[in-house]
Design a protein around this ligand. Structure first.
Ligand code: 3HC
Ligand code: NAI
Length: 707
């Protein structure tokens, strides 16, 4: 055998152990080694059955995704797992798959080729391939419906959500749950079944359903995919794959699956989603904060300010089981904050996301307070009071007085200078920005802002904490707007310019929604509140260069008291349920203001709308990257996908620009500069990469080498 696959014996049962840390991915060499082990078992008369088990923390997390990257960049086909799976299924001696941790993707496909599956109750199984823009490629769409039925197989393959072992057991995918020692349980199960004829999943038909009911299942699944996974090709391909299982013999179904798999794998969507998969893991790596940096305990926290963000942040901690003190200045405001938290939880129960018991426990973890008295007991504070430097400094000075030495003092500020906030304390090394996104309990992004003196321990702790909180933490530098909002400025500026130049409001939003964004830029402004940006712009107006064009519409709406959804009017008109409709008066106003400003009106294509908005992101992103406020281009991509609704299947703005080609992007930016002036001056990095034929991805690799 190899180091990665070991064959051992427990009397009359063979044990094949897959040991390819960290997640036992089926990297090259492993399928061959398993295959050789199966042959050896079948030629050994003393062996009656076999168990396949994973070493370490998991069974098998799937095919090796890195191999897919090699394959698509070289154009070469990877050896398929199908022959190995047939060999296992054809084994004369029953093969029992012993699952702990995860059996995902190729891991579940491997497990289904076994004659039986036993699992630890904490295990999970799933076909998450769609999240990588592909579909199961080793018989998953063919074997899964035979074990769990068509409806569940369609759901698992098209949505990619794993299921717990207990549910898999109820469905018939797992034959026995094993409490305690998995290997011992699997061995004893193997002895029980050793003499019985080994059932082959591929020969089973009883759960494949009838044509009429299957048709309804597929139609409903396609409708759901079109709505919930808008623009994605893989979920539809996964449904086609399962449909083939219901219509064709197993071998032919596998051929259909293989064709669909290859089409998906070589698609731009899959390349982008695989980039996102590795990107989400890459952002956790901070070049100057080594892996073994000590982590500080965060067992008890406090949140200052129980408003929109403070309340949501308190919920995030409570949901992770961490007790929180929630402080505000007045009883009435605090009651209001707690009331909103209760309402949010109640609606989660109503929607089936949480049980009442879970919510009751979480609420117990949030203690509303009006003073700093108990702050000496907490390990970390997140400040979320009104946005204003003087107030933030006063709060941090108070935290410095009341919190124990070593406690982390974090600010949720979205625009203020963290260095300046830190200066209000005697322990700048403990100060950091933790920029949650609204609604904090829903959005996955956490921008972690390091100031000049933030210690490595504090950074490492916040990065690790983000994972515990179910967030993707991305470390950024301390510049105005940090990374996400700094880029969002030019993006939304262009959306407004486009309307001022003659584009329809709905056309601007639609073009970006069609591109894949969760929402259009103008509707997003209405949702967040147009007054937020207005207040910030007023504060920084002195920094604006005279003679440089600025959008005017939103400032004027705000002067009219139209702040968006909260006042019922903004770019759109909103009814009492916040349902949007076009507001002809707004269009008329913008047209009038444009005429007064002498801005020529013209027809604007959807293509130009997307280019103007998305390249504004890219150009600013390139500046941020060069200035070092983002560690890597991929960090920007992860920020935009998780905090700003940028479509994951486009890989993030920087990956998208690479995919379009940086020369092309650069030329378009230069064209916009000629048309619209210095706001479109190309970022030096974009110019350099375009001129040297490089990509942002290559820039990232060079940074790693340099570090
Ligand atoms: N291939 C290659 N590397 C993988 C991998 C895979 N399938 N799964 C995880 N890894 C790597 C990660 O990149 C990470 O590497 P790093 O330490 O260098 O950053 C390391 O393993 C640990 O992964 P996580 O940080 O994600 O560890 P967690 O414990 O948080 O999560 C997991 C473990 C739930 C298994 C998660 O890694 C996961 O979901 N993996 C992907 C599962 C998947 O998508 N499988 C399907 C693959 S495609 C397939 O099988 C096609 C088939 O149908 C032919
Ligand atoms: P908010 O106005 O909803 O809430 C602020 C809360 O702080 C109020 O309840 C107020 O009573 C309380 N407060 C004021 N002074 C206090 C003090 N000295 N001690 C305790 N509580 C005090 O504001 P919101 O929107 O929650 O914003 C809070 C912070 O989060 C700001 O810095 C903001 O920039 C930032 N932020 C806001 C986002 C948003 O979408 N609303 C997104 C990301 C960051």
């Amino acid at each position: 055998m190899t180091n990665f696959v070991r064959l051992s014996k427990d009397n009359d049962v063979a044990i094949i152990t897959i040991d390819n840390p960290p997640v036992n991915a089926l990297s090259p060499g492993i399928p061959d080694a398993i295959s050789a082990a199966i042959d050896e078992i079948n030629s050994d008369a003393a062996i009656k059955a076999a168990v396949i088990i994973g070493a370490g923390r998991t069974f098998v997390a799937g095919a090796d995704i890195k191999e897919f990257i090699k394959m698509t960049s070289s154009g070469k086909r990877l050896a398929t797992l199908l022959p190995l799976l047939l060999r296992i299924e054809n084994s004369a001696k029953p093969v029992v798959m012993a699952i702990h941790g995860q059996a995902f993707g190729g891991g579940l496909e491997l497990a289904m080729a076994g004659h039986y599956r036993v699992a630890s109750p904490t295990a999970q199984v799933g076909q998450p391939e769609v999240k990588l823009g592909i579909i199961p490629g080793a018989g998953g769409t063919q074997r899964l419906p035979r074990l769990v039925g068509v409806a569940k197989a369609v759901e698992m393959c098209a949505e990619g959500k794993p299921i717990p072992a207990r549910e898999a057991f109820d469905l018939g995918l797992i034959d026995r749950l094993i409490e305690g020692d998995l290997l011992a349980g699997a061995l004893s199960f193997a002895r029980e079944v050793a003499a019985k004829p080994a059932p082959k999943t591929r020969e089973r038909k009883e759960k494949l359903g009838a044509a009429a009911e299957n048709e309804a299942i597929f139609a409903a699944a396609r409708a759901t995919a079109a709505k919930k996974q808008r623009g994605l090709k893989a979920p539809l391909a996964a449904i086609d794959g399962v449909e083939a299982a219901t219509r064709l013999p197993f071998d032919e179904g596998c051929q259909v699956e293989a064709k669909l798999f290859t089409e998906c794998l070589f698609s731009d969507q899959s390349k982008a989603l695989i980039h996102v998969f590795f990107g989400e893991r890459e952002v956790a790596k901070i070049p100057d904060v080594p892996k073994d940096t000590p982590i500080l305990p965060v067992n008890r926290v406090a949140v200052v300010g129980s408003g929109t963000m403070g309340g949501g942040i308190a919920m995030v901690f409570a949901n992770a089981g961490i007790p929180v003190l929630l402080k505000d200045v007045e009883e009435a405001t605090l009651d209001q904050g707690m009331g909103k938290i209760r309402k949010n939880y109640a609606s989660s129960v109503q929607r089936g996301r949480f049980t009442q018991a879970f919510v009751d426990e979480r609420l117990q973890l949030i203690e509303p307070v009006l003073s700093y008295d108990k702050f000496s007991s907490v390990d970390m504070v997140v400040e979320a009071v009104f946005e204003g430097m003087a107030l933030k400094k006063a709060v941090f000075a108070e935290l410095d007085r009341t919190c124990r030495k070593g406690a982390i003092l974090a600010s949720n500020t979205s625009t203020l200078n963290i260095d300046e906030i830190a200066a209000a304390t005697s322990r700048a090394e403990a100060v950091i920005g933790t920029h949650f996104f609204s609604p904090a309990n829903v959005m996955r992004l956490l921008e972690i802002v390091r100031e000049q003196k933030t210690s490595k321990e504090v950074i490492a702790t916040c990065m690790q904490l983000s994972k515990k909180l179910g967030k993707v933490g991305v470390l950024v530098g301390n510049c105005r707007g940090f990374v996400g909002n700094r880029m969002f400025g030019p993006y939304r500026r262009e959306a407004q310019f486009l309307v001022e130049e003659g584009a329809d409001i709905e056309a601007v939003d639609r073009a970006l929604v069609d591109f894949g964004n969760a929402m259009g830029p103008l509707a997003t402004g209405d949702l967040a509140g147009l007054d937020v940006g207005w207040r910030i712009r007023k504060e920084y107006r002195h920094l604006e260069k005279a003679g440089v064009r600025q959008p005017f519409a939103e400032d004027r709406f705000c002067e009219m008291g139209r702040y968006g959804q909260k006042t019922g009017r903004g770019w759109y008109h909103y009814d009492e349920n916040r349902r949007a409709s076009a507001d002809p008066e707004v269009t008329a106003l913008v047209r009038k203001w444009s005429a007064e400003a002498g801005i020529g009106q013209r027809q604007i294509s959807a293509e130009e709308i997307v280019d103007r908005c998305v390249y504004a992101l890219v150009n600013e992103g390139a500046r941020i990257l060069e200035e070092g406020y983002a560690l890597r281009a991929v960090d920007i991509d992860i920020i935009y996908i998780n905090g700003y609704g940028f479509p994951a299947h486009r890989g993030g703005p920087m990956w998208y620009a690479d995919a379009v080609g940086l020369q092309k992007v650069y030329q378009r930016v230069c064209e916009f500069q000629r048309q619209h002036g210095e706001l479109w001056a190309p970022a030096p990095l974009l110019k350099r990469l375009a001129e040297t034929g490089k990509t942002f991805a290559e820039f990232d690799k060079e940074q790693v080498v340099a570090a």
